[in-house]
Design a protein around this ligand. Sequence first.
Ligand SMILES: Nc1ncnc2c1ncn2[C@@H]1O[C@H](COP(=O)(O)OP(=O)(O)OP(=O)(O)O)[C@@H](O)[C@H]1O
Ligand SMILES: [Mg+2]
Length: 506
Amino acid sequence: MKQPLLDMRGIVKSFSGVRALNGVSIQLEKGEVLSVCGENGSGKSTLMKVLSGVWPFASYEGEIFFEGSQVKASSIRDTEVLGIVIIHQELALVKELSVLENIFLGNELGSFARLDDEAMYRRTSELLARVKLDVLPDTLVRDLGVGQQQLVEIAKALNKNVKLLILDEPTSSLTSTEIEILLNIVSELKAQGIACIYISHKLDEVLSLSDWVAVIRDGEHIATKAAADLTQNDIIGMMVGRQLDELFPREVHDIGEVILRVSHATAMQAGASRPQVDDVSFKLHQGEILGIAGLIGSGRTELMQCLYGCYDGQYSVNIELEGKEKAIRSQRTALQAGIAMVPEDRKRHGIVPIMSVGRNITLSVLDNYKALFGAIDEDKESQDIDDYIARLKVKTASADLAIKNLSGGNQQKAIIAKCLLTHPKILILDEPTRGIDVGAKYEIYKLMFALVKEGVSIIMVSSELPEVIGISDRVLVMHEGKLKGDFGYRGLTQEIIMNCAIKEGA
Ligand SMILES: Nc1ncnc2c1ncn2[C@@H]1O[C@H](COP(=O)(O)OP(=O)(O)OP(=O)(O)O)[C@@H](O)[C@H]1O
Ligand SMILES: [Mg+2]
């Protein structure tokens, strides 16, 4: 029998007695691409952490064979030597170092006494060309966008002797051009005989890229099938155990008077050549879902930061809420005024990683539970926590678990819960479904409709055009900091939005 490149057999992994993986087996040949699909918290990242040695041998049950030999890794270093390289869901570059330094970190060319700078510079330039990233090797990583950082991670992987590349949700924050570059790189690697395991909630990418699709649900391996024999709906069916006949559960709801009037929002970074937000004015009605579309860098997030009082630079804006002018200069004043926001970058603004899931959810409203002598009424607090964990279907072994232990998508759901608990009049959602599985997306949309029916008004920034069109009542389109379009959802198409999002001039 032909020997597979990778053979993972019966992997079982538990966290404090809770099984995250329950006997998962996957195989892969040289030069093949396998996608692993499954709902948030189904165990995809955990399986990859077992494979790459993040979880060392003997911390799980089951066996891993690579090129015919059993792998007993005690760290990620051990698997890298074998040619298994993982790029994690959360990027791990050192921001204060240059691209070159990151690529060679712990992997320097030359003797320890005298590193061969010239060779490293040349090698970095070659690698950057291979991933089509047009920056100099000495550029600092913190000056790069998320997508560019992702490409540096890949360049770094290529610098090692990679035989199996693992990409855990690599495209969730990339622009469409960057996604194309990335998918092309995977195809090129495949042609060179390098295998790849690909994890993504974007099922169109999964189908266009993979030879095989493995589906896991609640830690169980459901099936591995040839991608050519599958449709997106087949994958969804296996992932959630039922068919989803509609992706966007639009519900009829009343839209009231203007609740928020934003005038002349302008925001600029020190030393920048043009403002990130350039004199933007718009209105939001009560009970309305207002979508904000635009390319990455068009100023959508920055506009939201102006409304929420957290823009990191010079800005000015006039905000009128329910007919009264409001000065919002901090998250605190925003919350007091009834505006809550789920931020785009959850790692930086959303959560306190080592704090419990429950406390992360109640953090903004702790005052509500103040009992005598400043103590906290924990019963009341846990009632709310349980309530919102159930409402958003946050998958966690317990509310007391540190939130950093939750899967990526479930952390995102907890942040949404945190915002809802402030009972805002206006809810700002910046890329709310990034990294969220199709079933959970559906639940979040249902929740948004339930909220607007209660009279909450929602602003949703999203890069996923089907979502913007499928959920919003009205869509604003931004381009280079300016507002370029204002459309009702009826008759709105992706083409109309794209044309508006890339148009030049006034
Ligand atoms: N270090 C940990 N401690 C405790 N539980 C953990 C830990 N890491 C993962 N888990 C749990 O294991 C389960 C699987 O998580 P995992 O991160 O593998 O999901 P995932 O399929 O990658 O989801 P997502 O699509 O949201 O990224 C989840 O219930 C998660 O809370
Ligand atoms: Mg994951």
